[in-house]
Design a protein around this ligand. Structure first.
Ligand SMILES: [Zn+2]
Length: 331
């Protein structure tokens, strides 16, 4: 059994490769962990293993649907707590003897219950090998408890009730949580971009959740509206012009907010480390709860985090580098 990081993460099983989160469907079984753009296909594959919510959201975002099943040969999905529909995959190579291995591939994940989403539960995972994302795998990235963080955000929204507020987050994930928090904190109108409105609708149809955001017609003549926009537009000219003209304030929401440069990059008046990923301590706690024989890390601070696992916690861990084949050498 080999694990490789090529286009997506490849698990070479006897019956053919299981490939997770690739841009091209090259596996015998193809898994999509969630509907963020970097995890969906360029061309339509035959059948994908993913949740019904992920299929619905991906279709709403790309305009193309694909056939899916919620479990495949040797593959079982469990909630990953990252965005609506996100799943981790348990991949079983079917071995009955001591060589048999169970892999847990996390995709992007978060262990925190937040707003309408339940976190990933590592205590429910039985796996020998953990393949995990380590976006925030440095001790710098420790975020406040979710309750405290959400209450700080609600306070900021209430303290600034005399002007329009522009909130920035990914169209799928953060944008819905910001609408949710705005709804909890205030009775103010919430306006969203077209891309966020489309994601709202897909999630509403797939889950029965409801989001308050209305697609804005114009950003002129605002009073105290809360405007939720995609984070990649934070410094766009049309945004800066609207914020200045309307006397608004800008807030950015991301785990990167613990870096001073985050505020500068988005030209934000306020920033909050609201994230859909684990922080450093939660990554460590996940490994200790699953207690696997081997850990492979990918994304973000993969090298540094594997190093911490080896030196401080005694796990056999290594980063899964792109285009580098990893032959498992533990038996
Ligand atoms: Zn993601």
């Amino acid at each position: 059994m080999r694990v490789r990081h090529r286009d997506g993460i490849h698990f070479d099983l006897e019956g053919g490769p299981v490939v997770a989160d690739a841009r091209s469907a090259v596996g015998a079984v193809n898994v999509v962990s969630h509907a963020h753009a970097d995890h969906t296909f360029r061309s339509t594959p035959e059948t994908v293993v993913c949740s019904a919510e992920t299929a619905a959201i991906a279709e709403a975002r790309t305009g193309t649907g694909f056939p899916f099943v919620e479990r495949g040969p040797g593959v079982e999905l469990v909630p990953a707590g990252h965005v609506v529909g996100s799943r981790a995959a348990i991949i079983d190579d079917g071995g009955e003897n001591e060589d048999g291995r169970r892999y847990c591939y996390t995709g992007d994940f978060s262990v925190r219950d937040r707003c309408y989403l339940e976190g990933f539960d590592p205590t429910a995972i039985d796996a020998n090998v953990l393949v995990m994302e380590t976006t925030y795998g440095l001790p710098t990235y420790r975020f406040p408890p979710q309750e405290a963080l959400e209450s700080r955000i609600r306070d900021w929204l209430r303290d600034n009730d005399d002007r329009p507020l522009f909130l920035f987050g990914y169209s799928l994930g953060r944008a819905q949580k910001l609408q949710w928090l705005a709804g909890e904190a205030t009775g103010r109108d919430v306006l969203v971009s077209e891309s966020i409105r489309d994601v709202n609708r897909a999630i509403e149809t797939a889950t029965g959740l409801e989001f308050a955001g209305e697609r804005y017609e114009s950003l002129r003549g605002l009073s105290d509206e809360i405007v939720v926009l995609p984070s990649n537009q934070a410094r766009a000219d049309w945004v800066e012009t609207a914020v200045d003209r309307e006397g608004g304030l800008k807030a950015g929401f991301s785990g990167w907010a613990v870096d001073d440069s985050f505020s500068y990059r988005g030209n934000y008046d306020a920033t909050f480390p609201l994230t859909d990923h684990c922080d450093f301590d939660e990554l460590v706690a996940t490994v200790r709860a699953i207690d696997p024989e081997r850990v492979y890390t990918h994304h973000g601070f993969d090298e540094a985090f594997a190093d911490v696992l080896e030196t401080e916690y005694g796990y056999r861990a290594r980063p899964l580098k792109r285009n580098q084949t990893t032959l498992e050498e533990f038996r």
